[in-house]
Ligand binder design. Structure first.
Ligand code: SAH
Length: 275
């Protein structure tokens, strides 16, 4: 059986149709069969910068590939330009894949793109992808829920003043729940302040997963009290996902992929502080 033979024809794109496809976090093994089939059928692939090289290698050589450059914090094409590109290729009767990192409906503006397609009468499909929270947790050995440690998990972003101010911090500071925080590298100081002010224990474990599921993956662990300093000491860069909660401590025992988890930097020598 070929890898894609099982895909039902409902998912085949008509000419001029657009498939909004989740590319997962980077490891091409995490693509769905529908995603692979959509890439095979596409005449045009419009992809975000976040999409991994291993996934892009699956786009057939003759297919037009356009990087739309959107990734956290980086300035790429304006959303309107992306809409215009989808429209142009669809009107020309081409099958278009709009390829997004992770899942298109999790902090991916997939909803806006579908609203645009619908408003223009363009037929579409949606293929879910493995979102960063699920992939980073799995590849770092962190069960997002665990009978002994966490009964719920929340996906959130807290990278700008708007998102920070609209969140319910009392709720987020509850124990025995896991926070999976997207686009967080720049806002760690404020995040720590808000959580501590709302009563979260400073000893709550965290794990920052940088380049989750990719060969260069790094996992940095510590406690909420030292979160910004630890991230700075290891120069954590985007894309990185923060997992905060009791379960994050399990990475120390359950890690299985890539480099060993890195801990907090060594404390300053007591003498230096006494001086
Ligand atoms: N739609 C995407 C999220 C887009 S927002 C998804 O479902 O995963 C971009 C943020 O996702 C990044 O800033 C980072 O926090 C997270 N992210 C995406 N890919 C990642 C990866 N491979 N490793 C760590 N974090 C990742």
């Amino acid at each position: 059986m070929s890898l894609t033979a099982a895909s039902p024809s409902d998912f085949d794109l008509p000419p001029g149709g657009v498939a909004l496809v989740g590319a997962g976090p980077g490891d091409p093994g995490l693509l769905t069969l529908h995603a692979v089939r959509a890439l095979e059928q596409a005449e045009v692939v419009l992809h975000d910068r976040l999409v991994g090289a291993g996934v892009l290698a699956l786009v057939p050589a003759g297919t037009l590939r356009v990087e739309t450059g959107k990734s956290a914090g980086a300035h790429g094409m304006a959303q309107e330009q992306i809409h215009a590109l989808m429209l142009e290729h669809s009107r020309a009767g081409r099958r278009v894949v709009r390829l997004k990192g992770g899942d298109p409906f999790v902090f991916g503006r997939g909803g806006e793109e579908l609203e645009f397609l619908r408003a223009h009468g363009i037929p579409f499909r949606v293929v879910p992808g493995i979102t960063a929270a699920l992939a980073c947790a799995a590849y770092a050995g962190i069960p997002l829920t665990h009978r002994d440690h966490a009964q719920s998990v929340r996906l959130l972003t807290a990278h700008c003043r708007d998102s920070i101010d609209t969140l319910d911090w009392e709720e987020l500071a509850r124990e025995r729940q896991t926070l999976a925080i997207y686009m967080g590298v720049a806002g760690l100081e404020r995040l720590r302040e808000r959580l501590l002010a709302a009563g979260r224990d400073p000893a709550t474990p965290f794990a920052l997963v940088e380049n989750g599921s990719r060969p260069e993956q790094r996992v940095i662990t510590g406690t909420l009290a030292d979160l910004p300093g630890t991230a700075r000491a290891h120069a954590v860069a985007s894309p990185a996902l923060l997992v905060l909660g009791e379960v994050a401590a399990l990475a120390a025992q359950l890690h299985w992929f890539g480099a060993l988890p890195l801990g907090p930097p060594p404390a300053e020598p007591a003498l230096a502080r006494a001086a």
